[in-house]
Design a protein around this ligand. Structure first.
Ligand code: SF4
Length: 424
């Protein structure tokens, strides 16, 4: 708790919220306001001073903006223009004692900027890497001859620079990114959450799902000699003391020749792991990690509720095998997400959706609703929207969590689905 809290802004919002801020532990020494008429008068029983004088009286101050949310950014910018260091500015409305005592600061950023890196066979990057959305920033390329650790170091320093620029309200690579938001973030970025996108490492996938653009990606992605295990080892050397979260995404992790070795390594290091999978391959080495509760989740795209539709969507006839593996994961108490990619004319029917939800209900999974990625963000049909509504209603009845893959729907459809989720 800072010793000298100065509240900035004398208005009705500050009057209304004053007592609740006191209860949250904010105890100001004075108020500050730009309006000279208010100076040297009492507001809520506390003196109102000009900014300069307040800073002179309380040099180890922390300034808490007391304006409501819509006025916060303007006030923040004006304080920076007056030379107030960003680390001294907070927001009374966003005060969170627990986060503050953990050393977190309220500032602009995103979870990726502070915690995340994605490591492919040829570059290290920070922003979410998606087949369709090129948000990637802070990319550090590396060749086989160079050290991955060096690339991680460089990526970290690019992020530190961006964080400094954001704090000073200067031009930063994150400007205009939709992920950029105000929130509580640690003083420095770290590498905690690591993604190893399977499409860059060795065999890509054993399926050819009809909605997948794997073929296009295969032609675009050069698979180099580096294998997933080599990079994982280097990450372990670079961050020997960290408890990491490793995300095995894109493609099918369980077909990698090194899958067992990777699982054993993660178990030894006590890493938290999560996987995106088609569910067709079960590797018993996961049971050791699961026993320690370190499998965060497995996200399986089932996309159907009947063997026939499964074969049509996935290109392989192994519905029963996949459901059997889901059962094995469930027995290991691994949290599961079952994904349903809406594929118009193929799986958008009541029979498949009911079959899918029966499985989701039986294993108490989260349900992820997605859209055909090849749809290029086109609006979905009215009938498909009705089915999504029905799906959401059934999830509520079955008490299943719902995730929406927003990036794959047209924004107009996202609004409609959000509304359904909210009202159901
Ligand atoms: S560019 Fe966007 S996603 Fe990337 S680190 Fe910045 S805010 Fe996050």
């Amino acid at each position: 708790m800072p010793s000298n809290i100065i509240f900035y802004g004398v208005d009705s919002h500050a009057k209304e919220c004053f007592n609740s801020w006191l209860l949250e532990g904010l105890d100001p020494v004075c108020f500050v306001d730009m309006d000279k008429q208010k100076h040297y008068k009492a507001f809520n029983g506390i003196e109102v001073l000009p900014l300069d004088e307040a800073i002179e009286r309380y040099p180890d101050y922390e300034l808490y903006i007391t304006f409501s949310e819509e006025n916060m950014p303007g006030c923040w910018e004006s304080l920076l223009a007056q030379g107030i260091p960003p680390e001294r500015i907070q927001f009374a409305d966003k005060y969170d004692a627990e986060k503050r005592s953990a050393g977190m600061l309220y500032k602009k950023g995103c979870e990726f900027l502070y915690n995340f890196v994605s490591v492919s066979t040829f570059k290290v990057m920070t922003c979410p890497d998606n087949w369709f959305f090129e948000r990637s920033k802070f990319d550090v390329p590396y060749e086989e001859s160079k050290d991955l650790k060096q690339a991680l170091e460089q990526n970290l320093s690019l992020r530190v620079k961006a964080i400094e620029a954001l704090a000073k309200n200067q031009k930063a690579p994150c400007d205009s990114c939709s992920f950029l938001q105000w929130g509580y973030f640690p003083p420095e970025p770290s590498i905690y959450h690591i993604s190893l996108p399977g499409r860059y490492y060795g065999p890509f996938c054993n399926f050819s799902c009809s909605y997948c653009n794997a073929a296009r990606l295969r032609s675009k992605t050069s698979i180099k000699k580096i294998n997933i295990m080599d990079n994982l080892r280097q990450i372990g050397e670079f961050l020997p003391d960290s408890k990491l979260k490793i995300n095995f995404c894109t493609g099918e992790f369980f077909i990698k020749p090194e899958a067992t070795e990777v699982l054993k390594f993660c178990h030894e290091k006590k890493y938290i792991v999560n996987f995106l999978s088609n569910g067709s391959i079960y590797n018993d080495a996961i049971s050791e990690i699961a026993r320690e509760g370190n499998v965060e989740y497995i996200n399986i795209s089932l996309d159907s509720g009947t063997p026939d539709t499964y074969a049509k969507v996935k290109g392989i006839d192994c519905f029963g095998l996949t459901v059997g593996n889901i059962e094995k994961y469930h027995a290991l108490q691994i949290p599961l997400t079952l994904k349903y990619v809406m594929y118009e004319g193929v799986n958008d029917n009541i029979g498949d959706i009911e079959g899918f939800l029966n499985i989701a209900g039986r294993f108490k999974t989260t349900v992820a609703i997605s859209n055909n990625q090849l749809n290029e963000n086109a609006l979905i049909k009215r009938e498909t929207m009705d089915l999504i509504e029905r799906m959401i209603q059934r999830c509520r009845q079955l008490n299943l969590n719902i995730i929406l893959y927003r990036d794959f729907f047209n924004p107009e459809d996202v609004c409609k689905i959000d509304k359904i989720i909210e009202q159901t």
